[in-house]
Design a protein around this ligand. Sequence first.
Ligand SMILES: NC(=O)c1ccc[n+]([C@@H]2O[C@H](COP(=O)([O-])OP(=O)(O)OC[C@H]3O[C@@H](n4cnc5c(N)ncnc54)[C@H](O)[C@@H]3O)[C@@H](O)[C@H]2O)c1
Length: 301
Amino acid sequence: MGELDRRVVVVTGAGRGIGAAVAEGLAAEGARVVVNDLGVALDGSTPEDGPAHEVAAHIRGAGGEAIADASDVTDFAAAERLIAKAVQEFGRLDVLINVAGILRDGMIFKMAEEQWDAVIDVHLKGTFNTTRHASAYWRENRGGEFRLINFTSASGLYGAPSQPNYAAAKMGIIGLTFSCANALRQYGVTSNAVSPIATTRMTMTVDKGRAIGRYTPENGRLDARNVVPAVAYLASERSGWLNRRVITAGNGRIGLMNEPDLQREITASSGVWDVPTAFAEIEDSFRAAVQHPNIFDRPRG
Ligand SMILES: NC(=O)c1ccc[n+]([C@@H]2O[C@H](COP(=O)([O-])OP(=O)(O)OC[C@H]3O[C@@H](n4cnc5c(N)ncnc54)[C@H](O)[C@@H]3O)[C@@H](O)[C@H]2O)c1
């Protein structure tokens, strides 16, 4: 018996990369998995059925239970059919894991409207679409140990300069995750986000056909399978105490992010601020607190 014995799990974007590792890893723990993937290129173009079917076949070949689904998470009606398929095939839905994603990088001052829309559509609207239908099912069938697990990114948490669309979508997903945590707890659902790190086509920089940097296939710490144990824990029945948080996973580490909280606060003595006093007190109180560089800080030039 595995940690996820007979739990029914839908994983979007499970035809490749981290999603495939999650689908296979959870199936190895006994989960019954719907492997969703549109089979697109990194920029979201040229869909094909192959990846979803290959991962589902691989799971079945290893003795697990899985079915494939090649639908597009940006399609509201298709997302409803995806959730219905899990219930139809396996009798219920316990866990939804939203992993599907694309990239269309560019600096904010050069970004085309279409680049913005495509990335928001797959990540943020795609996560909404499946969650909307899963949550309606969970509300109808309240009382289970239901789990919503949404994939976010350090790109949003720390502000990757060349990914304004992706960073915005990934922070939008955190807001959606926190809202669902508060709205769905009463129906037995926990809702958390995972910020992963792994070598996949999304992170590998390739020069003349060779991977460069630390994201290489040889770097086992960054293997997508190293993200799976944290996701498996969140998906399990044991994690009911853990809600409305961001968990980091990958590179041999599992982390618990801080909850957003006030760092400093100043209050006008009369209850009403005037501009000169606000200027002085903001600098006095906040300035020392914002001197910490983050991973994307570069000298100005
Ligand atoms: N790899 C990392 O280090 C890293 C870091 C931070 C966040 N992430 C996030 O983790 C998730 C997985 O990323 P990955 O690195 O495995 O990427 P990947 O490109 O290997 O896999 C993404 C999968 O999503 C599928 N997909 C894209 N659009 C879809 C759609 N409309 N409907 C259904 N499926 C669709 C693709 O076909 C692909 O198989 C993404 O949400 C990504 O943003 C990854």
